[in-house]
Design a protein around this ligand. Structure first.
Ligand SMILES: Nc1ncnc2c1ncn2[C@@H]1O[C@H](COP(=O)(O)OP(=O)(O)OP(=O)(O)O)[C@@H](O)[C@H]1O
Ligand code: SF4
Ligand SMILES: [Mg+2]
Length: 375
């Protein structure tokens, strides 16, 4: 079991990336990513078990897209996001990042010095705009710190760049001498976004960026994220449990269950024609104001709470709650179904979005047979 705070492994081998920015070349390729947390007990912190928070994720992020990551609380979304920005060191797996300098580096294996360089390009926007800003620092310090710490700007130049960034996120540059308590939730989230963008990243992991905000300001922050994406050529991994928001903002969606991706598809394909029973259950709970958009209207209630990630069920991890489970197949000991395109003679699953086709993948033994209801 790896200690997430342990020193990192030596620098990974790197190779020329060829073209780092065209739509055919992925920005990030995650393979076999695992993150285990040790469960400790007692005064001496005896190791008594392991939470398998991420259990072997394969996921590719394309340049310029917004990829949604959804799933119930505790399924491992934040852990996956924090492995990508490398505030956590994964237990196993690779995160191949096609960097701005044309190299392909394995973020999962980089040593601290190399990591600092590439962490500028992959940034995190936190969920909670209240607790994530130090109340004793001015906006100039909060937003400018990464530039100063990396020796990239100081003095007047630092002020100029922070002022520019404040303007970009819709705040007056004159605010830079103020402290976070002077601001509303929406304004603080703009500060959070400015802090993430000051290093001019290419990939932003936005972890529930609007869920702590009043409904009335959510739309303005989502619009800001969309505008910034266009202006700064950003790619987003957008983590959320709000499927309505995800439907509006994401090009593709990955559904996570108990540490792994169980379905991945273009947003429209996934919402209209889910291929995994878990996705169908999540979608059945999405509120629809317009009755014509409510699908069958049948709410699928999941039978039980999320299983304990320290003791995941054998076979398909969803079989303890799945309405379609067949015990002999789905609960068979060993590994469960893997993420694959279901056999589909009608070609119903895939959608074309942009230059690369978007295959519709599902990790269910019966994905090709079930007729599931979307929204
Ligand atoms: N530092 C930690 N130590 C031990 N277990 C942890 C730690 N952080 C998270 N976990 C566990 O790992 C699993 C995944 O947690 P994670 O926070 O990644 O889920 P999430 O999908 O982001 O949930 P939420 O929607 O509530 O934010 C959970 O079982 C959680 O309790
Ligand atoms: S493999 Fe079986 S238990 Fe798992 S989602 Fe498919 S039908 Fe349900
Ligand atoms: Mg989370």
């Amino acid at each position: 079991m790896a200690d997430p705070t342990a020193p990192t492994a030596p620098t990974a081998p790197t190779a020329p990336a060829g073209s780092g920015g065209d739509a055919e070349t992925p920005l990030l390729e995650i393979r076999g990513l695992r993150m285990d947390y040790p469960i400790r007990h007692g005064m001496f912190g005896r190791h008594i078990g392991t939470v398998r928070a991420v259990t072997g994720v394969d996921l590719t992020i394309r340049p310029g897209e917004t990829l949604g990551l959804v799933g119930e609380s505790g399924c491992g979304k934040t852990t996956l996001g924090r492995c990508i920005v490398r505030t956590l060191r994964p237990t196993a797996g690779t995160i191949r990042y096609h960097a701005r300098d044309g190299r392909v580096v394995d973020l999962a294996a980089l040593g601290q010095r190399e990591l600092r360089r590439y962490q500028r390009e992959v940034r995190l926007v936190f969920q909670d705009p209240f607790s994530s800003l130090n109340p004793r620092m001015t906006l100039l310090e909060i937003i400018g710190d990464p530039l100063r710490n990396n020796g990239l700007a100081q003095g007047k130049e630092l002020e100029r760049r922070v002022g520019e960034m404040l303007e970009l996120v819709g705040l007056p540059p004159g605010y830079m001498r103020r402290y976070p308590h002077a601001f509303s939730g929406g304004e603080r989230q703009r500060v959070n976004i400015a802090r993430a963008l000051i290093m001019r990243p290419r990939l932003v992991v936005a972890d529930e960026p609007v869920s702590a905000l009043d409904v009335s300001v959510r739309a303005s922050i989502l619009n800001l994220l969309r505008d910034l994406q266009e202006e700064l050529d950003l790619t987003y991994l957008f983590i959320s449990h709000d499927l309505s928001v995800v439907e509006n903002i994401c090009d593709r969606v990955a559904v996570m269950y108990l540490g792994n991706i169980v379905e991945l598809a273009g947003t429209d394909a996934l919402y209209r024609g889910p291929r995994h029973p878990y996705t169908e259950a999540l979608l059945s709970a999405v509120p629809r104001a317009d009755p014509r958009l409510r699908g069958s209207g049948r709410r699928i209630r999941l039978s039980d709470d999320l299983p304990d990630p320290a003791a995941p069920p054998p076979g398909c991890a969803f079989h303890t709650r799945c309405h379609y489970a067949k015990a002999e197949t789905c609960a068979a000991p060993g590994a469960g179904p893997v993420l694959l395109p279901p056999p589909d003679p009608s070609g119903r699953g895939g959608t074309a979005a942009g230059p690369a086709a978007t295959p519709h993948l599902a990790a269910c033994h019966f994905a090709g047979d079930l007729s599931l209801t979307g929204v």
